[in-house]
Design a protein around this ligand. Structure first.
Ligand code: GLU
Length: 310
């Protein structure tokens, strides 16, 4: 058996700081949600939390930012816990290979989205949660706070409103799915919850700590809250591995080799099961919509430590 290399995180973070000083800095900030344009493009932060609660950080790791699609992992966890395998009657677990808001496959596949991490799939998950939770928005944010014991986690009404005014593609997706019978609730109610879900703000530290349960068989070791059972935790990681980076999931697997999820706010969450969760944030996105520097620094991390899930 090959033994796992020991990771000296302190040293690793010094090396990452050095790497970042040398790194080119390209990409463009997301602007299709007007409120996201107001972010300083030069921000960059990293926070890593190990399952035994050692914490390492760099840069702007205590600045709040819009986690956008990363929150789809949390809504998936709750819906999966509530519905168990019935969930898969309404949404698949296959990579889409198309942009996150694409309508193309959805018509061919009769309103069943490819996976829960693209917009169509996340809208179905929101519909499930609207059916399941009375006062959905409040119940969901309380769930998010309970997972990491952090009362500061909240929606950003400005970002949610801004997306509501321009979210025509999401409106098209949900209408198409409603026509196939895969949305049970009122479209406006589901969309409102979806835009709020995407507007959640966290710092890199909060993000890493919120999702530590996926590195620890479904229990957040910081709070002892069981979010999902071990089997579901494994499956959520599998979905992130295959579907977490829009149509760049293969590239992320190839270069970084960890399950993860990105968002158009420039955040990336990655999990090393049994070891750590890490959140990075750099608002400038590459052509596929993933944080340019975020991808590069995570590639550096797993290359330098010779440690990925593969
Ligand atoms: N709220 C964004 C949208 O629906 C999320 C996109 C993302 O982060 O992938 O377009």
């Amino acid at each position: 058996m090959i033994s796992e290399p020991f990771i000296d995180y302190q040293k690793l973070f010094l090396e990452m700081a050095e790497e970042l000083r040398e790194m080119d800095d390209i990409g463009t900030i997301a602007s299709y949600i007007p409120e996201l344009r107001n972010v300083d493009p030069n921000k960059f932060g990293i926070h890593l939390t190990t399952i035994d609660n050692q914490n390492y950080c760099l840069g702007d790791s205590n600045d709040k930012f819009s986690i956008q699609s990363i929150s789809k992992v949390l809504s998936l966890a709750l819906a999966f816990e509530l519905e168990a395998d019935k969930l898969w009657d309404r949404v698949g677990v296959e990579p889409s290979g198309t942009p996150f808001n694409s309508l193309v496959q959805l018509e061919y596949e009769k309103g069943i989205p490819r996976n829960p991490l693209i917009n169509a799939g996340a809208l179905v998950i929101c519909d499930v949660l609207v059916s399941r939770l009375k006062n959905t928005k409040q119940a969901f944010i309380e769930f998010a706070r309970r997972v990491s014991g952090n009362k500061n986690i909240d929606y950003c009404p400005r970002v949610a409103e801004s997306e509501k005014k321009t979210g025509f593609k999401n409106a098209a997706l949900i209408n198409l799915m409603k026509s196939f019978g895969n949305i049970k609730n009122d479209i406006e109610v589901v969309l409102d919850f979806y835009f709020n879900l995407c507007s959640i703000e966290m710092t890199c530290k909060e993000l890493a700590q919120e999702f530590l349960f996926l590195a620890s068989n479904g229990v957040n070791p910081l709070t002892n809250v069981r979010v999902v059972d071990a089997s579901k935790s494994k499956r959520i990681n599998a979905i992130m591995q295959l579907c977490g980076f829009y149509d760049e999931a293969g590239e992320f697997s190839f270069k970084v080799g960890l399950p993860g999820k990105s968002g158009v706010g420039g955040g990336i969450l990655a999990i090393h099961p049994g070891k750590f969760s890490i959140a990075v944030w750099g608002p400038k996105l590459n052509s596929k919509g993933n944080s340019y520097k975020g991808m590069r620094i995570l590639e550096f991390l797993t290359t330098r430590t010779q440690s990925s899930i593969f």
